[in-house]
Structure formats: structure tokens, C-alpha cells
Design a protein around this ligand. Structure first.
Ligand SMILES: C[S@@+](CC[C@H](N)C(=O)[O-])C[C@H]1O[C@@H](n2cnc3c(N)ncnc32)[C@H](O)[C@@H]1O
Length: 584
């Protein structure tokens, strides 16, 4: 498989491991009903994080590794006009030279692609880890980096997990290079291709077609005349073939289409049997490679007792269409209302209306180049999971959260969003937009009803380890966060949440475990014996406090007085604080 090399690559391939682990500090909770409050929500819900996504993604790992169903990102495209700065703290003179400079245009800045790739690589590595096994990844990109990011993503996700290079036709061209550039891309990867992925989109325009048919019926237009009107509408609106295929009306004015009945595979052959024409009673022409269906399936669909002659002289017998005579191959019949969705198309044609969406909310142009909400709705609805967690780590104006709230309102789903935005407008634009969408906005005829919903707002907090080589535990972060980290580093799962009342009950119960107990997993009990102000020692007195019977014990403490033989005999593993705490 070809791989991509660039200046600085070897310095960033493991950079995600050196990034300090910071905790997330809760700032406030917002809900559409109650507004802003200091309470944090009881369950992990929607989140908006203000901070650099490299650190934010790392902070999300303990709770969210392997749990995110969909990632959508829209990073800087590296156009040379975005004024983005490569500022990752990579400790290498060549890279340090780049820090703090605005990444410029092609020609002016010879290392602009190197900087962009150095910025993207560690973030993509973390994003890939956060995805669920059956998760999917979308990234918006344009012609400036499509050629590099595709190879990079093949390397990080595996080329077998590449699904599609979607073209988004924005309908309005950009003409600055003497060519009408009208599209950009959305790359789609899965975490693991072995999962059956199916991406669908609703058949748009169905309402309009239905309205036309009802109008024609009211005007007493014949079936043939109504069919002509429908075909005119298809032409005018340039509908997709997934709709235009349905261009016949039955006697109840229901739209149906003809589906080819020949064997579809060019390498193999389908069954051959006689299909009698309903009028001539002679066998119809058998397709060169045989029929698509087994004879039983054909017989279940044809109905020779109900022959309907159509205005053009052809026939409809149940769900099979026959031409005037046996010389033309018959087709199967499918009704438009039997198929509400079709596979997501690799070309999406949708006006680039993100700024208009935003102007409705802020009454002014608040953000450059937001994505249209409709585009995000289309992508986030395509994998058909209304309970998913959706992550956008280059959140900008928060279009992803807007689409999530809209979709939940539409189908009663329970999708959750996590947004990360580095700039200070995370509060005034990103979070503010979500608040307005949840509560409702606009005036008069332009009033948009609120979607409802809530989120918690976080800042990136203290690092968990301090010192030049991250050798000390930072007590400032609080014991709960440290325990959460230790549990995750051992089990790669999030620590079981025990409600406050349950904790109180446990502490009053003499048989309950000590407060140093973290939990049990895979027959191993974990303890974090730690006091900020005194040295802890793993000895027989501590063992006497242990209530859990497990096959193995992993115990963190400052010191250990147990003999090696005793520990081996009782399957006890001692881990020294902070030396043996895994950094990830
Ligand atoms: C192209 S915009 C995204 C627009 C967004 N899709 C929308 O519809 O509004 C990219 C955003 O990523 C943010 N960003 C860039 N680098 C980042 C980083 N390292 N961490 C977090 N956010 C970052 C930028 O500040 C910018 O708001």
C-alpha cells in the first residue's frame, strides 16, 4: 500500500501519546426548559468543549473510547486564506520553527502541506480510537488536501475501511481560478469494514409529486394526462433516477415503476422458464442470461386472473408488467410508496446555504463558511441509528449539533452530540447557536419552534501529570478524576458511575468495600490506595479491609510491604503511585 511522507511525520506519529492528559472541567448545564444552571447533568449527555481538540479528544478517551458511532469533521481546508496556525507542542527544532506562524498560501509557504498533515495526524489517530467498532467517519475536504488526506486516512483507518469519496455539488461556483469550481468532497470511512454498512437517504420530493397527483385528480385529468404532468415535474426538478423510475400510474393513481427482470450478474446465469404473455398466451422472450427470480417468486407475483390493459396497450397482471406482445421482455412492478429511501448517493446536490441558516439565528453573518444544516442532517441520518453519539471536533458554528437536535425532534430519536471548538467563540457562537436552536428563534412568520434538548459546557482543565517528564500526579485535578483515569488505563472502560445515595449506603455498610476500591472486571479487583497528604502502604492491614473475592488483585499504593512470594501466592499485583500509572 502506498504511504505518504512529509516533513515532520516521524515526529508526530506518536505525538498523541505525549499530549498531556487533561481533565474536563464542567462550567454549566443548559436545558431548553430551565436555561443555564451550575448543576451537571446526571447522565452523560450532549457536550460542548472549549479547547484544542488534541487535548480534548484525549480527555474524552476514558469515557468514550470505542463508543462514538459517528464522527463528522470539517477541519481547515488549508486554502491559504484561513489564517490557521500550527501550534502543537511537538518537541523538535524543525517543527518548533513553524509554531505561531500563520499557514500561508501555496508558493509562499513551502511547508503548508507538511504543517497541515502534522496537525491532522495525531487528531485522526485519537478520533479513530474513539469510534465504535461499527462506527463511521465523515470528513469534509476540498481540492487543497483531498490527495493527501485520502492516503493518510488509508494509513490510519486501513484502506479496506474506505467506503466512498462523496462529491458535494454546492450548486454555486467559485470562479477564482478561471474554472467554475462547484464541488467539494466528503470522505467516508468505517472503523471496521466487516460490519454491514448501509447508508440511505429519504426520497426527497415525494410530497410535491403527491400534491400534483391529487390536484390532477381534482381536475379530473385522465391517468395518461396525469402521467404526462408527473413526467414534466420530474424534468423540471431534475429528480434522481430513484424517483423518475416511477412514472406510471395504476387505476388508483398510485405511482409505479418497471424493474428489469433479467439476471443481473454478467459472470453467471439465472434460471430459465417459460413466462406466458397474458393476451397471446405465448412464451415471452427469455433474457440472454436468464431470469432474475426463481420461478416460484415469479408465480407469487404474477396474477393472470386480473389482467389490466394500460392506455398504451401494454398489460399489468398483479406485480408483473407485459408489453403489447410476447416479443418484449416483461418487468416486475414496484410502487413508489414501497420504497421510502434509497442508498445515499455519492453525489449530493445541495445549495451551500450554511450562512443563510446562521443568519436566521444570529440576524447577522456570524461565521465564515458554515456547512448547511441540511447537509449534516443528510449525513447523520444516512446510517440509520437514532441512538448514536456523534462527535465533531472542529465544531465551528455548531452545525452538527443543530442537525442532531433537528433529527431528534423529527423522529423522536436520542442522538447525542459532542462538539469541540478551540476558538473563544465556542461560547458566543457554538454554544449560543445550540441554545437558540433548542429554545426556538426568529420572529413573526420566521419563528422556528425550539427542538428542546440540553448540553453541558466544559473547559479543558488541569493536566493529570505534572513535572518535566510528567512524573508527578497533579492533586489539583481531584481524586474522582484520578480514579476514573486509573480504571480506564487498566480496563479500557469507563468507571461504573455510583450514585451519591448508593455511595453513602455503601459507606455505612460494614461489609462494603473500602473507598479505595475501584471496581471488578474480568475476575480482577482494582484498588487505588491513595491519600493526597500521606504515604500509603500496601500491607496486611490494608488487605484486611478488602471485601471482594476475586481471582486477581491489582492494588495501587505508594509503597508495598508484602513479600513477593505472598503476592504471587494470592495473585496480587502491586503498582506504585505514580510510577506505574500508565500514560496513554
Ligand atoms: C471549517 S470550520 C468548521 C465549520 C463547521 N462545520 C460549521 O458548520 O460551522 C473549522 C473549525 O475548526 C476549529 N478548529 C481548528 N483547529 C482546531 C483545533 N485544533 N481544535 C479545535 N477546533 C479547531 C476552527 O476554529 C473552526 O471553527
Amino acid at each position: 500500500m502506498p504511504t505518504l511522507n512529509w516533513i515532520g511525520k516521524e515526529k508526530v506519529v506518536n505525538h498523541h501519546r505525549d499530549v498531556p492528559f487533561r481533565v474536563l472541567e464542567h462550567q454549566y448545564h443548559f436545558s431548553a426548559e430551565k436555561g443555564v444552571s451550575a448543576e451537571s447533568s446526571a447522565e452523560a449527555g450532549n457536550m460542548i468543549i472549549h479547547g484544542d481538540n488534541l487535548e480534548a479528544l484525549k480527555a474524552l478517551l476514558p469515557e468514550y473510547e470505542g463508543k462514538i458511532k459517528c464522527i463528522y469533521i470539517d477541519p481547515p481546508y488549508n486554502t491559504g486564506t484561513e489564517k490557521w496556525v500550527y501550534n502543537d507542542n511537538v518537541n523538535h527544532p524543525k517543527i518548533k520553527k513553524w509554531l505561531g506562524e500563520i499557514v500561508g498560501k501555496e508558493g509562499e509557504d513551502l511547508s503548508r502541506h507538511d504543517k497541515w498533515l502534522c496537525m491532522m495526524y495525531p487528531r485522526l489517530r485519537l478520533l479513530q480510537r474513539l469510534l465504535k467498532d461499527d462506527g463511521v467517519f465523515f470528513i469534509s475536504i476540498d481540492e487543497n488536501e483531498i490527495h493527501t488526506i485520502r492516503i493518510l486516512l488509508d494509513e490510519i483507518f486501513g484502506s479496506n475501511n474506505f467506503i466512498e469519496q462523496i462529491v458535494w455539488n454546492k450548486r454555486v461556483p467559485k470562479n477564482d481560478k478561471g474554472i467554475g469550481n462547484i464541488h467539494e468532497y466528503i470522505l467516508l470511512y468505517s472503523k471496521q469494514s466487516k460490519h454491514d454498512h448501509r447508508f440511505t437517504q429519504l426520497k426527497e420530493g415525494i410530497d410535491e409529486i403527491e400534491e400534483l397527483i391529487q390536484k390532477s385528480k381534482r381536475k379530473n385529468l385522465s391517468i395518461a394526462e396525469t402521467e404526462t404532468e408527473v413526467k414534466k415535474l420530474y424534468k423540471k426538478n431534475g429528480y434522481d433516477r430513484g424517483i423518475t423510475l416511477y412514472n406510471n400510474l395504476d387505476r388508483n393513481y398510485k405511482l409505479w415503476g418497471k424493474i428489469n427482470m433479467s439476471w443481473p450478474n454478467g459472470q453467471t446465469f439465472g434460471p430459465r422458464y417459460d413466462v406466458l404473455h397474458p393476451k397471446s398466451n405465448k412464451p415471452c422472450k427469455v433474457p440472454d442470461r436468464g431470469w432474475r427470480w426463481k420461478e416460484d417468486t415469479f408465480l407469487a407475483n404474477v396474477n393472470y386472473d386480473e389482467i389490466e390493459e394500460l392506455p398504451d396497450g401494454s398489460y399489468k397482471c398483479g406485480k408483473i408488467w407485459f408489453a403489447k406482445d410476447e416479443n418484449t421482455q416483461p418487468s416486475s412492478i414496484k410502487y413508489l410508496d414501497e420504497v421510502n429511501d434509497f442508498l445515499l448517493r455519492s453525489i449530493i446536490s445541495l445549495k451551500s446555504s450554511g450562512s443563510i441558516d446562521l443568519e436566521g439565528i444570529f440576524k447577522k453573518s456570524a461565521f465564515d463558511y458554515p456547512k448547511p444544516v441540511r447537509l449534516l442532517e443528510l449525513l447523520l441520518n444516512s446510517f440509520q441509528d437514532s441512538e448514536s453519539i456523534i462527535l465533531d471536533s472542529f465544531a465551528g458554528s455548531g452545525t452538527t449539533a443543530h442537525a442532531v437536535l433537528n433529527l431528534n425532534k423529527l423522529d423522536g430519536g436520542n442522538r447525542k452530540f459532542i462538539l469541540v471548538e478551540m476558538e473563544d467563540y465556542a461560547e458566543d457562537i457554538t454554544a449560543e447557536r445550540v441554545k437558540r436552536v433548542a429554545k426556538g428563534y426568529g420572529e413573526g412568520k420566521k419563528t422556528i419552534e425550539g427542538t428542546g434538548g440540553s448540553f453541558d459546557y466544559y473547559e479543558l482543565g488541569e493536566p493529570l501529570f505534572i513535572g518535566e517528564n510528567q512524573e508527578h500526579l497533579n492533586e489539583e485535578v481531584g481524586i474522582d478524576k484520578i480514579r476514573q483515569y486509573i480504571w480506564y488505563s487498566e480496563t479500557k472502560t469507563s468507571i461504573p458511575v455510583i450514585a451519591k445515595e448508593e455511595r453513602l449506603k455503601q459507606s455505612q455498610n460494614k461489609k462494603a468495600e473500602s473507598k479505595h476500591y475501584l471496581g471488578e472486571r474480568d475476575q480482577t479487583a482494582y484498588y487505588f490506595y491513595y491519600h493526597p497528604d500521606e504515604i500509603t502502604t500496601l500491607d496486611h492491614d490494608f488487605l484486611a479491609t478488602i471485601k471482594t473475592k476475586a481471582e486477581k488483585y491489582v492494588i495501587y499504593a505508594d509503597n508495598c510491604l508484602l513479600s513477593k512470594e505472598f503476592m504471587a501466592k494470592h495473585n496480587i499485583i502491586f503498582k506504585k503511585i505514580p510510577r506505574d500509572i500508565t500514560r496513554f
